[in-house]
Design a protein around this ligand. Structure first.
Ligand code: SAJ
Length: 422
C-alpha cells in the first residue's frame, strides 16, 4: 500500500483521506487549519454529510490516518483545496498554488501528484507543473502528475465517492496509469483515462451543463408567469416527451461549484462562452425575482414580518455556501422587512409555528423534507396575513388554499392565461 498525503481536508479531501485510510493506505492529511487537523486526528469532523462521521471514526481507529499542518514526504499527493472566484469572476488559484508549493518542498523522484480541485483548463500542465518543478524535478521525467476531478454530490457524497466513474487526466500515460491504480483501491465505477487539460474541461462541462439547464427552467418559469401559464405543469408535460428532461426552476443556484465553475469556462474563452455567461446571469437574477414576488403579494415590504424557510443552498444539505436564500433574505431586509429566518437543519428552534406568530408571509426558499410536513391550519391561526410564497414548487397548493392562504408559486402566473394579442 502506498503512502498518500491528502492536501486540503474539506468536503472532498476529508472523505477521500478517510476512505483511503480505511482501505489500508498509510494516509497523511495536511491542512492549514489546526482545528480541522485536531478534530480529524480524533476521528471527528464538523462537516455534516450522511455516513461521513462513521467513515472518519473508522479511519481514525484504523491507525492508518495521521494529520498535520506541515508537509511530509509521501509516494502520492492528492490536492483537494477550494478554488473560489474573485470579484471579477476570475479563478482564485491561491490555495492550489500554496498547496503545490508545500508539496514541492518534499517531492521526490517517482512520486505522483494528483490535483482534484476544479481549475481553469491548462492549470495542471501550466502553473501547477511549474510550481512543482521548483523542486528541481521534472514532470513526466521525475514525477507523475494528473488531474482527477472530484464529482461527488453533497448529500450523497460517500456513495458517489465509491460508485461514480472517474476522469483520470494524466500529464502522460504513465501518470494516468499510476493515478488509476490509486483510485482502483476504493472506486467501483469506471476509471476513464484522458489527458489533464481534457479532464479539466470535462469537469467544468458537467457543472456548466447543469447550470445552463437550470437557467433554462428558470427562464421558462419567468416566461410562464408573463404568459399566464403554470410552468410546473408545462415542465411536467414536456417531460413526457421521450427525449426531454427539464431541471426544476427555483430561487437561484447555490453551492461552491455550480455558480462558480462556469466562470472558469468564460474566463478561458470570453468571446465564445455566450450561452454560459447568460445562464449565469439568469440564475443570478432569480433571488431578485423572488423578492419581487414577495413584494407584489405584500404591496409594501417596509414593516412587513416575513418568515423565510431554509437558508442552505439546497434541500437536506447543511451547507450555506453561495446560498440564494441568503441573497433573498438580505434584499428583503434591505427593503425594510423584518425577516425571521428558519432552517430545518441549521436553526430548527424556534419552530416555524412560533416564528409565524403575527407574520405577514411565509417564503419557502429551500425544500427541506421537514417543510413538507408543515400544517397550514396551525400556521393560519397564528399569522397576521395568510400569504405563502413557494419558490420550489413543492407545496400542496390546494391544501394551503383550503386554509385561506394566498399561495404564490414561482413560475405560476397569478393571472389566467389569455390569448396572445389581447
Ligand atoms: N438546483 C435548482 N434546480 C434543479 C437542481 C438544482 O435550482 O433542478 C439548484 C440547487 O437548489 C442548488 C444548486 O442548483 O442551489 C446546485 O445544486 P446541485 O444539487 O445541482 O449541485 P451541487 O452543487 O450540490 O453539486 C454539483 C454536482 N454536479 C453535477 O451534478 C453535474 C456534483 O456532482 C459535483 O461534484 C459538485 O457540483 C461539485 O463539487 O462540483
Amino acid at each position: 500500500m502506498a503512502s498518500i498525503s491528502v492536501v486540503g481536508l474539506g468536503y472532498v479531501g476529508l472523505p477521500t483521506a478517510s476512505m483511503l485510510a480505511s482501505r489500508g493506505h498509510d494516509v497523511y492529511g495536511l491542512d492549514t487549519n489546526e482545528r480541522t487537523v485536531r478534530e480529524l486526528s480524533e476521528g471527528r469532523t464538523d462537516i455534516r454529510e450522511p455516513e461521513l462521521d462513521t467513515l472518519v471514526q473508522a479511519a481514525a481507529a484504523s491507525g492508518h490516518l495521521h494529520c498535520g499542518t506541515t508537509a511530509r514526504p509521501a509516494d502520492v499527493f492528492i490536492i483537494a483545496v477550494g478554488t473560489p472566484i474573485q470579484a471579477d469572476h476570475s479563478a482564485d488559484l491561491g490555495a492550489v498554488m500554496a498547496a503545490a508549493r508545500s508539496v514541492a518542498t518534499v517531492l521526490k523522484r517517482g512520486d505522483l501528484v494528483i490535483l482534484e480541485s476544479t481549475v481553469p483548463p491548462g492549470t495542471t500542465v501550466g502553473p501547477l507543473r511549474e510550481i512543482l518543478e521548483t523542486s528541481g524535478l521534472r514532470a513526466g521525467r521525475d514525477f507523475r502528475l494528473s488531474h482527477c476531478p472530484e464529482r461527488v454530490l453533497p448529500g450523497n457524497l460517500i456513495l458517489e465517492l465509491v460508485t461514480n466513474d472517474r476522469i483520470i487526466g494524466g500529464f502522460d500515460e504513465a501518470s494516468s496509469r499510476a493515478s488509476s491504480e490509486v483510485y482502483r483501491s476504493f472506486v467501483t465505477g469506471k476509471l476513464l483515462e484522458t489527458d489533464a487539460t481534457t479532464a479539466e474541461l470535462v469537469k467544468l462541462m458537467e457543472n456548466t451543463f447543469r447550470d445552463v439547464n437550470i437557467a433554462l427552467a428558470n427562464e421558462f418559469a419567468l416566461i410562464a408567469e408573463r404568459l399566464g401559464i403554470d410552468a410546473w405543469e408545462a415542465i411536467r408535460l414536456a417531460g413526457h416527451h421521450p427525449r426531454v428532461k427539464f431541471m426544476s426552476p427555483g430561487p437561484g443556484v447555490g453551492g461552491h461549484c455550480i455558480p462558480v465553475d462556469p466562470w472558469f469556462v468564460v474566463e478561458a474563452a470570453p468571446d465564445l462562452a455566450k450561452l454560459i455567461a447568460t445562464a449565469r446571469a439568469v440564475n443570478d437574477g432569480m433571488p431578485a425575482h423572488v423578492v419581487q414576488l414577495v413584494r407584489a403579494a405584500l404591496t409594501d415590504l417596509a414593516g412587513a414580518i416575513i418568515v423565510t424557510l431554509g437558508t442552505t443552498y439546497k434541500a437536506d444539505v447543511a451547507d450555506t455556501r453561495e446560498s440564494p436564500a441568503a441573497h433573498v433574505i438580505h434584499a428583503l431586509r434591505h427593503q425594510g422587512a423584518t425577516v425571521r429566518a428558519h432552517d430545518a437543519l441549521l436553526s430548527p428552534e424556534p419552530a416555524v409555528e412560533e416564528l409565524a406568530s403575527g407574520a405577514d408571509a411565509l417564503v419557502l426558499l429551500v425544500d427541506h423534507k421537514a417543510y413538507r410536513q408543515l400544517d397550514p391550519q396551525a400556521l393560519a391561526r397564528r399569522m397576521h396575513q395568510r400569504i405563502i410564497v413557494d419558490t420550489r414548487g413543492k407545496l400542496d397548493r390546494e391544501a394551503w388554499r383550503a386554509r385561506g392562504f394566498e399561495v404564490i408559486v414561482l413560475g405560476e402566473s397569478r393571472h389566467p392565461a389569455r390569448p396572445v394579442g389581447q
